[in-house]
Structures are given as C-alpha cells and as structure tokens.
Design a protein around this ligand. Structure first.
Ligand code: FRU
Length: 476
C-alpha cells in the first residue's frame, strides 16, 4: 500500500513503521517517560511479538529507539510492565537503582518472565531463571503489571488469568506467591480479561477519601463492540481487592471503539497517574488502512476520581503537556442554531475546549462537525433529550474498515451544573472526546477523505449558547 501520511497523527504516538498494539513497560526514570509497545518489527500484521521502544521527556515528542525485547526460546514477548527497582530488591543492580521489566513469554504456554536494564532502558538482559511465574495449566495467563505496595513492604503483581485477575506478591521481583483472585462474580465477562492495572487515586483531589482502581481490558465484550476497557473501584489491603459495587455493575473507562489495553506509567515523579491506550480495536486492528505503520496510541491522559450524581467515577483528561504545543488560538462565544454558529475553521490536528449552556438550550442536540467537507463529516455532539455524549463516524470517510466501523457511539452524561464542558482532541485520524470533568470519554478512529478539513458548530431543533469556545492547532 502507498504511504498514508495524511493519517499520521501529529501528537499521538505511532511506530515509524509496521505493526503495534498494546503499550508496555511504561515507566518514568531519570527524566524520561519510557513507552514500550507490542510490535512486529518485520511486518504490518500481528506476529513476531517484540517490545518496540520510544522515550519522551514531555509526553508529546517521542524519540524512537531500537527494539528492546525480541522473542526467545520461551516464545514471543507479550504485554507487561516495567518498574524502577529503587533499592535493588532484586539484587540485579549491585545496590544501585535499575529498571526491571516483567512480561509474558508466549510460547507453548504463557508464563511470566523478567528482564533488567542498568543503562536507562537502552539494553536489556533476560533473567537466567525465567520464567519467574511458570504456567500451571491456564490457557490465558498474561500481562503482568507490578507496583510497590508500601504498607506490606512488597511488590504486588496483577495478572490476567482467563476472565479473572490474580494477584501475586514478591519481596524481590523474582519469587512470587499467589495472594488472591478477583472477578468471578463481578463485571463484564463477554470475553477474556487482559492487561490489568491497580492503583489508588484521591477522590476530588482528597487523598483521605481515596479508592483503589482496578483496570481490566476485555476482548470481546466492549461497550462499542469488540475490545474495550472496564474498571472497578474498591479497596485493596495488600492481598485482596474488595469492590464497592454490586456484582453486575459495569463501569467503562471509554465508550468509543478505539481505546484498549491502557495501563499507567510507574514512578511518575509528581504523583500524577498517567496512562495511554492503544487506539484500535481487535475487531478490525488488522484492517486499519494506514501505511507504513499500523496501530497508534491515544494522547497521554491524567487520571482522577470524581464524585458525580451516579457515584464516584474514573475521569480522564489529556495531560497538560499537550497545551504547550497549542498554536493559532481562535476564540468565540455566541448562539448556535440551524442558521449557523461559530465561524468555520480548518484543521485536522486540533484541541477544542467548549462550554455550552444547557440551561435555556432549545436545541435537541448540538456540537461539532469535524474532518468535514461537503460529503463527509465526523459528528461530535451532545443529545440533550437523552443526556448523552456521542460520536457519529458513519460518514467520516473511509468506513469500509469493518462492518462495525460505521457507527454512532454514546456515553451517558447527565448535566451537573447547567453547563456542558467538552474537550476534544482531533489528531488526523482520530477523535478523543472528554465530557465534563472527563468521566465520559469516547475515543474513535476515523479515516477522513483528503480535503475533509473543516470544523464547525451545529445545533438541531433549536438554539444553544456557547459561553466559551477555544480552538487551537496542535503542532508537535
Ligand atoms: C491485548 C493482548 C494481550 C497480549 C498482547 C499480545 O491486546 O491480547 O493480552 O499480551 O495483546 O500482543
């Protein structure tokens, strides 16, 4: 296929060439954010699974580095994590800090293995005692994610096992004992569970009311079909995760089609909890029409817990670093109706911040048409009657990717204070929409036609007042 440079994101990470899926090994160390990723160095389909590697000092500009981990006699290198072993608990670093990666070796069976680096992640040595957690007869046994649990003075690993999460503990990252299992009676079970993560977050910024968040990717069975991400809120005592919610309550991290396998960075210095996800869906990842790369990451996002009328919810916003590459500010306020609204603007890498007055709005829906020309558009809007945010990519351009691709995705978003806040990041071939404080999120791939570069406001069935609108180009 010829190059599709018009679909190469400006600020979101993509590999230079070839296949990419999950983010892996995310860790901050000595001034660098590391991003490893599931990668086929030799082709643009899934296979030869290795860890690709990139680093960034600001989460916006990425430097591509050579492949970090390649398949070996234990199999392919599937997803996993990295941590800073600050106090050399592993004994692998002669008393100094170093980086330890834990990943799944996928050969005849799936097992957990370890690799370590004493040179800021530039070269890796596989541990001679691999696997550190052998397979005990499970078909799906993968995606270790580790953190230091200070209260029990040990490392804790979350591991996906079938459609459960199993927790392990270790004093040294090398020897692991099983602690507990979660999931038999909770959450969505329409597919296999993958890529867990477990961390504690304050609620509304208050650490005393903090909760533990257990992240679980699921494929299939996601909210927009195919793969998707659920999460659980609760407590973790160092051994057992106890959920707050009733067994069949399901919370989704993102209700678009294209946000998967997100896990958080370890060791972020300022206490922020940051993550990004693979912007694709296992239903059609192999058919995404980009070349010479296939697969991209979302913008890095900061996570919080917020109180809403429906209860405590995970909330996401693009990291503040993104604001440093905003250019060419356009600002507007006024009324949008079927007769018109804000002046049209042009751009395919945009950051949009908008506040709509719901009190007094007579429109039944309103929002933005982006990646538009006279034939195509991606519609991002709010349905006032149904109180939901939506992205409609049915006329977004190239939609033949898969039968499920031309679709309209929705997420409930009851108004909180009479104002609807929207933050939208468009990046050449995707839209990421954050409603209110970021508790309602839709991430969708789109493949706009050449020349569909217009962005405009719309309102249907009446009027809505925009009290503030800012649009910026994003230029990394
Ligand atoms: C999730 C996943 C992981 C696995 C990896 C293989 O997308 O299926 O469970 O480790 O991809 O590439």
């Amino acid at each position: 296929a010829s190059e599709t440079s018009q679909w190469r994101p400006s600020v979101c990470f993509t590999p230079e060439r070839n296949w990419m899926n999950d983010p892996n090994g995310m860790v901050y160390f000595k001034g660098e954010y590391h991003l490893f990723f599931q990668h086929n160095p030799y082709g643009d389909q899934w296979g030869n699974m290795s860890w690709g590697h990139a680093v960034s000092t600001d989460l916006v500009h990425w430097k591509h580095l050579p492949v970090a981990l390649e398949p070996d006699e234990l199999g392919d290198i599937f997803s996993g994590c990295a941590v800073v072993d600050h106090h050399d608990t592993s004994g692998l670093f002669g008393g100094r800090p170093g980086l330890v990666a834990l990943y799944t070796s996928a050969g005849d069976t799936q097992q957990q293995s370890l690799a370590y680096s004493s040179d800021r992640g530039r070269s890796w040595t596989k541990y001679s005692g691999n696997p550190v957690i052998p397979n005990s007869g499970e078909a799906d046994f993968r995606d270790p994610k580790v953190f230091w649990h200070a209260a029990t003075n040990r490392w804790v690993m979350s591991l996906a096992v079938g459609d459960r999460i199993r927790f392990y503990g270790s004093p040294n990252l090398l020897q692991w004992e099983q602690l507990s299992e979660f999931g038999a009676n909770h959450g969505a079970h329409g597919g296999v569970w993958e890529c867990p993560d477990l961390f504690r977050l304050p609620v509304d910024g208050d650490d005393r009311r903090g909760k533990w968040v257990l992240i679980v990717s699921i494929n299939p069975g996601g909210p927009a079909g195919g793969s998707g991400m659920q999460y659980f809120l609760g407590d973790f005592d160092g051994t057992t995760f106890t959920p707050d919610a009733a067994p069949d309550d399901v919370l989704w991290a993102d209700e678009g089609a294209d946000f998967y396998a997100a896990v958080s960075w370890s060791d972020v210095p300022d206490g922020r909890r940051l993550w990004l996800g693979w912007m694709s869906n296992w239903s059609y990842a192999a058919d995404v029409p980009t070349s010479p790369w296939r697969g991209g990451m979302s913008a890095p996002r900061e996570l919080e817990l917020v109180s809403t009328a429906a209860g405590t919810r995970l909330a996401q916003q693009p990291v503040t670093e993104l604001e440093r590459v905003r250019r060419n500010r356009r600002a507007w306020s006024g009324t949008v109706s079927e007769q018109g609204g804000a002046p049209n603007t042009e751009g395919t890498a945009l950051d949009v911040v908008a506040e709509f007055q719901l009190a007094g709005a007579t429109a039944t829906s309103f929002g933005f048409d982006v990646f538009a020309n006279d034939s195509y558009r991606t519609r991002i809007g709010y349905d006032v009657t149904r109180q939901e945010l939506f992205v409609d990519r049915r006329s977004s351009g190239r939609t033949t990717v898969h039968s499920s691709f031309p679709a309209r995705h929705t997420v409930p978003l009851p108004p909180t204070d009479g104002v609807l806040r929207l933050r939208i990041v468009l990046d050449r071939a995707n839209v990421q929409v954050f409603g209110d404080r970021g508790q309602a999120v839709i991430t969708d791939l789109v493949f706009p036609d050449d020349g569909s570069t217009r962005a405009s406001t719309f309102a249907i069935g009446g009027e809505v007042t925009v009290q503030a609108l800012e649009v910026f180009d994003l230029d990394a």
